[in-house]
Design a protein around this ligand. Structure first.
Ligand code: NIG
Ligand code: FE
Length: 417
């Protein structure tokens, strides 16, 4: 399909003269755009874009197989890249939500066998086919909400069979969904009840039995560990990352969600692609991330849903770091994959400016899932994943109208949805 978008009020997040992999520090305020623009898409990729008055004549010649959309008053953005989700899960956990409203903490719920272990039990009882069907509903939901690429973790299996079940579902989603998907092995998400007295045996199981199978079936692009008090220690994390890296899986770490966990330095030590959550951060962890290839990633939905302290995003950006934002879509700490709402939380709760949240959810989050060469900006040759808004005054309006559905048309791989 060939598509031509005309009279776009603002074509946002175009690649300007100097392509970069991500934007950091003051540069996060840089948001290149073209007012009154056109965008030409064919063969699934972006072919060209520019000012309306500079559009090449041949594009305006009528052609039967070219679909023309008049975007007067409307904005076009690159689709969101959601670099951290646990979207493959069975059932839901709204009863724990009620317990939390009544005053229980996330840790208390986990300690009495709820939380991740609750989801693991449900997943164990769910067939691979059913798990795929339940997940596809959420995949379709986030694609309607403007997401074009998503990272998905395992971690609700916690046994070799069930972890593989999740990763096979992800592999099938990669083929059957229109989203670009990256997969992460997170066997180290929680200690199963039967290993409670001897957690290092579970770490051995991950290293000796799970990682080799995951690698041989090519089921994961990345490896993750929930490095946290009561979950996996820095030593466990160290061992697991080393084992995964031997098989070519680059780390992405859950760090500092509930405490200063030591996850940032161990992630940086192994050149993690990202360290995620960061609700607790001190100056040492901020310094540790400087001049590294590790993307600090903040998950505002989880902090909002669990009323956790807010990551010191302003301080991190002012220290020159880049920041990515992702949804953490999962049944326990963030039952939403709405990246537009994540942007709004970034502005409202973290005092990020609209330009910063747009960079954090497109170019920077593309980097955090290894997709910066193909996604995250409007650039010639990149995958044609974009969305068209309803008529709105300008890009600042998008995170401002936090509850409004402003997305009118989504285009994935150059196809209208
Ligand atoms: O990213 N922190 C660990 N994992 C998820 C929560 C998982 C759950 O509660 O089911 C998170 O917040
Ligand atoms: Fe998570």
């Amino acid at each position: 399909m060939e598509i031509l978008l005309l009279n776009i009020r603002q074509l946002v997040q175009i690649e300007d003269q100097q392509p970069v992999e991500y934007r950091a520090g003051k540069d996060m305020l840089h948001l290149p755009l073209i007012a009154d623009a056109y965008l030409h898409i064919a063969n699934g990729v972006i072919q060209g874009f520019g000012k309306m008055h500079e559009i090449p004549d041949h594009l305006l010649d009528a052609q039967d197989d070219r679909f023309v959309i008049d975007c007067t008053g409307k904005l076009v953005f690159p689709s969101f890249c959601d670099s951290h989700t646990h979207i493959v899960y069975a059932g839901s956990r709204e009863m724990e939500f009620v317990d939390k409203i009544k005053g229980m903490s996330y840790e208390e719920i986990a300690q009495r066998g709820g939380g991740i272990l609750n989801s693991a039990q449900r997943l164990h009882q769910t067939s691979e086919e059913e798990l795929f069907d339940q997940t596809m509903i959420r995949i379709n939901e986030i694609s309607r909400l403007g997401t074009g690429a998503v990272e998905i973790k395992s971690g609700y299996g916690l046994s070799p069979e069930d972890e593989i079940k999740i990763l096979r579902v992800i592999k099938r989603l990669k083929k059957e969904s229109d989203l670009t998907i990256r997969s992460t092995f997170l066997g180290a998400h929680a200690i199963p009840a039967q290993y409670k007295e001897n957690p290092s045996e579970y770490v051995d199981l991950i290293i000796n039995e799970m990682i080799p199978v995951v690698a041989s079936e090519e089921l994961a692009d990345f490896i993750d560990v929930f490095c946290e008090k009561g979950f996996f220690s820095v030593e466990d994390t160290d061992r697991i990352l080393m084992a995964g890296m031997k098989y070519g899986m680059r780390p992405k770490i859950h760090a500092n969600e509930l405490s200063m966990s030591g996850g940032v330095p161990v992630g940086v030590k192994y050149n993690a692609l990202s360290v995620d959550h960061l609700d607790y951060m001190d100056d040492k962890d901020i310094d540790c991330l400087k001049n590294t290839e590790t993307m600090p990633t903040v998950l505002p939905g989880a902090s909002f849903f669990l009323s956790l302290p807010l990551a010191p995003v302003r301080k991190m950006i002012d220290a020159g770091l880049p920041v990515a934002l992702a949804s953490d879509f999962n049944p326990g700490s963030s039952p939403s994959g709405n990246m537009k709402f994540v942007q709004s939380l970034g502005c409202i709760k973290y005092k990020m400016l609209p330009e910063e949240v747009i960079n954090a959810t497109t170019i920077n989050s593309a980097y955090a899932m290894g997709l910066s060469s193909t996604h995250g900006t409007i650039a010639v040759g990149k995958v044609a994943n974009v969305f068209i808004t309803r008529p709105i005054p300008g890009y600042e309006y998008f995170p401002y109208a936090f509850g409004s559905d402003l997305i009118e048309i989504t285009i994935l791989n150059g196809e209208i949805h």
